[in-house]
Ligand binder design. Structure first.
Ligand code: ADP
Ligand code: ZN
Ligand code: ZN
Length: 724
């Protein structure tokens, strides 16, 4: 009897064996319904085998083999196996979590066939000139369909009112739908002649045969996106599919519309968690059928089946949102590199501030470095960066006089300013001036942030919320003072100082409502805001042409943080926000308020010299023995009882030592946030200077961890951790 081995959504690292009825056939990659315990569950057939280790009597039959959609391709199954193996995550969970929700459900999925439009016999017989003149769009559509059948996207391209006109033509019976023809050519709106640097980069990638990893290092505004567009064009001409991965925050309708405008008749789909389940499943299936030629997506789209995949692009490759922070803790960038290699196609990682890992690989020659050193639009130069030494300058509610003057000048010139501060709320903590009481969260090792608008104290870690007390809970004194500055306080200060200015605050609180952020973006573009106050949300990938000043408030925490990646992130963030200033024909200025104006980070920022900065950081990391010179895995545990987490980790540590393998096992330490939402948290770091040695160790260690008594404790193993 043929046996199939099935991946199920259960936290065990094995597959499950089932028998197939005589006259049914199962192909690996097909979804199946099988009995598991007392339930019927959905799984994916991973392989067919002749024999099982289980006795025949214990093997249950498959209930149903689903054939509503084509089986997952072998290549995708292999990619998922690799991820399960590399991240030491159960295979079944890995496979199932890569599927869109609809494909994880038992109800069959109906595949929507997209249709083209053509003239009906009546339409062919019609004399177009007899139509009334005012029905000009209808005439245009009929004229175009005389030449050839067209897709909905192509018709929409003829006029904004094409959908209404088309509807009328369908109702009149002059137009009908037909199965789409495979189009060999596409329209390409080539907006710019490439600069020679851009052309060299495009050539390097298009001339690559087989796998090759390229690091595209280009300053902000140097035209990286333009390179992606030209590469897409080339790959489409060759009949391929292109996957473009972007960070979470960037996936706005604008980005999608932008690529659509460059390839108006190419089938482009996006894949991200903001889509409705149905739409996500349809887009995925369109990618799987090869119909969608460009796939634009966030990290989860790295698992999209793409039969004609011929290029992967990863934009802002340094962005931490490519790393998933729960479940399968994969790095979509790293998985993309593996996938390109597996498939034998080029991959391009683009950034103005590459991750140190990628930079290191480019230095060692493992990746090929492509550089863009000039801004693409000629008069646009890089902004001037000035550091204000806040140990020498008096501050008014956190703002220095030179920054205030610079804002005032912009107001007079009717230009926009952006004040960047990475703290939302009014003040990070409330303090009693008589006894020193601080607003602390009862459930976390953190402070409650003061939110002035609704007079609340809120924990940004666990979400706990309470009203601001009238008097100090410690001593009863009424004099409670907000300490430090958040976005709301900055807004208040600036509004008092510049009563006429239109101020827009952009943070997670002000953009919570659906559509709020896109409305604000429009306001900024339409020049309806003078001063923007924002957190990192405002830093990424938006082009505000009238913005000429960026002020940065209190970035110093990251310079001496316990997280060794904090300064790398800060440099990337400041380069990004700085890049917002002066993109069009107006020069920009960046003013950073800091107590350490001579820190190498600020020196490099002033000189716009990423390479010097990367070199400094690499030297530091090498001395300290940190990534990218070593590979790490982090075992974290959290429990309601403090001792539970420590006992578990100490046992894990002992087991690790007993394996006597060539890896460094550190001590058990509290997590940087030692208590969160009433759970005590601790961690254990393991590292090696060889990826392979670490992998082999983890393979031996993981089953031991699985066997340790954990009780109610939660623990996770994070390979290549980004956050501690
Ligand atoms: P990046 O992605 O590197 O930040 P973009 O691709 O967004 O840069 O390009 C910045 C600006 O320069 C855009 O307005 C783009 O249209 C323009 N641009 C890009 N390449 C060229 C070129 N070769 N000639 C003229 N303008 C260009
Ligand atoms: Zn007090
Ligand atoms: Zn809390």
């Amino acid at each position: 009897m043929p046996i199939i081995r099935v991946a199920l959504d259960v936290p065990l690292s094995t597959l499950f064996d089932y028998v197939v009825e005589k006259n049914t056939e199962v192909i690996p990659g097909q979804r199946v319904l099988v009995p598991f315990g007392r339930k019927q569950v959905l799984g994916v057939a991973m392989e067919c085998v002749e024999q099982s280790e289980l006795s025949a009597a214990r093997i249950k039959p498959v209930t149903i083999v689903l054939d509503d959609v084509p089986p997952l391709p072998q290549e995708l199954l292999a990619l998922l196996r690799f991820c399960s193996d590399y991240y030491h995550h159960p295979l079944g969970i890995t496979v199932l979590s890569a599927l869109p929700t609809r494909l994880r459900a038992v109800e069959p999925v109906t595949v929507k066939q997209s249709l083209d439009y053509t003239l009906s016999p009546a339409g062919k017989a019609l004399d177009i000139a007899t139509l009334p003149k005012r029905r000009v769009v209808q005439q245009r559509i009929l004229q175009a369909l005389r030449e050839a059948p067209l897709s909905g996207a192509q018709l929409r391209n003829l006029s904004p009112s094409a959908p209404a006109a088309l509807k009328a033509l369908l109702e009149a019976g002059w137009v009908e739908t037909c199965a789409p023809e495979l189009r060999a050519t596409h329209t390409f709106n080539n907006a710019h002649a490439l600069t020679s640097e851009q052309q060299q980069a495009v050539d390097a990638v298009t001339q690559q045969t087989g796998y090759g990893c390229f690091l595209l290092h280009g300053i902000t505004g140097s035209g990286k996106t333009e390179i992606y567009v030209h590469l897409m064009h080339e790959m489409l001409q060759r009949g391929g599919q292109v996957l473009l991965l972007v960070p979470e925050i960037n996936l706005t309708p604008q980005l999608e519309n932008y690529f659509r405008s460059r390839f108006p008749d190419v089938d482009l789909v996006s894949l991200h968690s903001g889509l409705a389940d149905g739409e996500r499943a349809q887009n995925w299936l369109k990618a799987q059928s090869g119909e969608a030629r460009i796939v634009l997506g966030t990290r989860l789209s790295v698992f999209t089946p793409l039969p004609k995949l011929s290029l992967i692009l990863v934009d802002e490759e340094h962005d931490s949102s490519f790393k998933q922070q729960d479940g399968l803790r994969y790095s979509a960038r790293d998985v993309a590199i593996f996938r390109a290699n597996q498939r034998g196609v080029p991959i391009v990682l683009g950034s103005a501030t590459p991750s140190l890992e990628s930079w290191f690989n480019a230095q060692s020659g493992r990746y090929k470095l492509l550089k863009l050193t000039q801004r693409a639009v000629q008069p646009a130069t890089l902004p001037v960066v000035r550091c204000m030494d806040i140990t020498k300058l008096p501050l008014h509610e956190g703002l220095s006089e030179p920054l205030l003057t610079a804002i005032e000048t912009r107001l007079q010139r009717k230009e926009q300013s952006l004040i960047f501060i990475n703290r939302r709320g009014y003040a990070p903590v409330l303090m009693c001036t008589s006894c020193g009481w601080l607003s602390e969260c009862k459930h976390c090792a953190g402070k409650l942030v003061l939110h002035q608008k609704d007079r609340s104290l809120r924990c940004h870690h666990c979400g706990a919320q309470q009203r601001v007390p009238h008097a100090c809970p410690g001593c009863g004194d009424a004099d409670l003072k907000p300490v430090g500055i958040g976005t709301q306080r900055l807004e208040e200060t600036l509004q008092t100082r510049f009563p006429e200015a239109r101020i827009l605050r952009v943070d997670r609180d002000s953009t919570r409502n659906k559509g709020a952020w896109s409305a604000m973006r429009k306001q900024i573009h339409d020049g309806e805001a003078d001063i923007l106050i924002g957190t990192q949300m405002l830093a990424k990938g938006h082009d505000f042409p009238n913005l000429t000043l960026v002020g940065v408030i209190s970035p110093d925490g990251a310079l001496y943080s316990a997280d060794f990646r904090a300064s790398e992130k800060l440099f990337a963030q400041l380069t990004q926000v700085g890049g917002r200033a002066g993109r069009a024909d107006k020069a920009g200025e960046v003013i950073v308020q800091t107590a350490f104006p001579n820190h190498p980070l600020f020196q490099a920022l002033r000189a716009h010299d990423y390479e010097i900065w990367a070199q400094t950081l690499l030297a530091e990391r090498q001395m300290a023995g940190f990534p990218p010179f070593v590979y790490q895995a982090m075992l974290s545990a959290e429990g309601k009882q403090e001792s539970d987490a420590y006992i578990f980790l100490k046992q894990a540590r002992t087991a690790a030592m007993e394996l006597k393998m060539p890896v460094e096992v550190y001590g058990v330490v509290p997590a940087p946030m030692p208590k969160r939402a009433n759970h005590y948290r601790a961690q254990l770091l393991v590292q090696s200077d060889k990826r392979k040695a670490l992998g082999e160790f983890l393979r031996a260690w993981k089953p031991v961890l699985d066997a340790l008594p954990a009780g109610k404790l939660r623990w996770v193993l994070d390979v290549d951790p980004m956050e501690f």
